[in-house]
Ligand binder design. Structure first.
Ligand code: ATP
Ligand code: GNG
Length: 241
């Protein structure tokens, strides 16, 4: 173990927990169905200078050496699922490990929802061949065991599928025009089982659940309730929900 890691480990032990990693900022991931308001939620925190914001790298997915992988994935999921998810996992790894001097890092989605919600859904639907799922999963396990992709808090923007589907139609993102309501309902279940019912995969951090069905005109108050938690103004223990 090199000297820096020894020092960090000593400092971590000094604060009473070997789990506290002093080299990584307080990392918050914002999770939720398509259209649940994650981008809107991040924009609410734009006013804080000490928060490093990482929007979902959708523009990278739309232009990988000129290829719109997001569009390819939606147009022919079986053919492009592995290609797309491999790139999602790489772009998320980059964001998780991106060094910042800011004390707080706020990320839209994560390597965890890519694996536990989207890849899982594709696997269940037979839209990603099992050998491909195995390779994605090997990468995921190697990354989570060897890279610092730790998370300190998860914000789950919980919505009804009907609510987000209306928002998706209204926003009218070109790649999403063929997304059926059934898919949105299924993605809702994947998020619920992971973050609310805690039935499937482990949660890498405590989860705060917000009612993201609230309309834009009132939802800022809902966001403000959790600012102290997200800005790490409360000891972690106080945040356990
Ligand atoms: N609370 C809200 N009430 C009504 N409309 C909302 C609300 N939050 C977001 N919207 C609208 O719904 C659409 C999706 O919002 P937003 O892009 O923030 O969601 P998202 O979770 O980031 O979506 P995606 O998963 O596709 O990135 C946008 O048109 C946005 O203006
Ligand atoms: N298949 C798949 N796997 C992912 O890991 C993933 N992450 C996001 N998305 C889709 C949802 C929105 O359309 C759009 C913006 O969130 O990108 C994903 N789709």
């Amino acid at each position: 173990m090199n000297s820096v890691k020894k020092l960090v480990s000593k400092m971590a032990n000094a604060v009473g927990s070997s789990k506290v990693d002093l080299t990584r900022p307080f990392t918050v991931i914002v999770e939720g169905n398509i259209g649940s308001g994650k981008t809107t939620f991040l924009n609410h925190f734009n006013k804080y200078d000490n928060v490093a914001m990482f929007a979902e790298p959708i523009e990278m997915w739309r232009n990988c050496n000129g290829y719109n992988l997001l569009d390819l994935m939606y147009k022919d999921t079986a053919k492009w699922s592995f290609t797309f998810q491999s790139y999602v996992q790489l772009t998320m790894l980059r964001q998780h490990t991106y060094k910042t001097s800011h004390p707080v890092k706020l990320m839209e989605r994560s390597i965890y929802s890519a694996r536990y919600c989207f890849v899982e859904k594709m696997a269940r639907d037979g839209l990603m061949p099992t050998p491909s799922v195995a390779v994605i999963d090997k990468w995921f396990k190697y990354i989570t065991e060897n890279e610092d992709v730790g998370v300190d808090l998860i914000v789950y923007l919980r919505t009804f599928p009907e609510v987000v589907y209306e928002r998706i139609l209204k926003r009218n993102r070109s790649e999403e025009r063929t997304v059926p309501f059934e898919y949105i309902k299924a993605l809702h279940v994947m998020h619920e089982d992971w973050l609310y019912n805690k039935k499937t995969h482990s949660c890498p951090a405590p989860v705060i659940v917000l009612d993201a069905n609230l309309d834009k005109s009132v939802i800022e108050e809902e966001y403000e309730k959790y600012e102290p938690h997200i800005l790490n103004k409360l000891p972690l223990q106080a945040q356990l929900f």
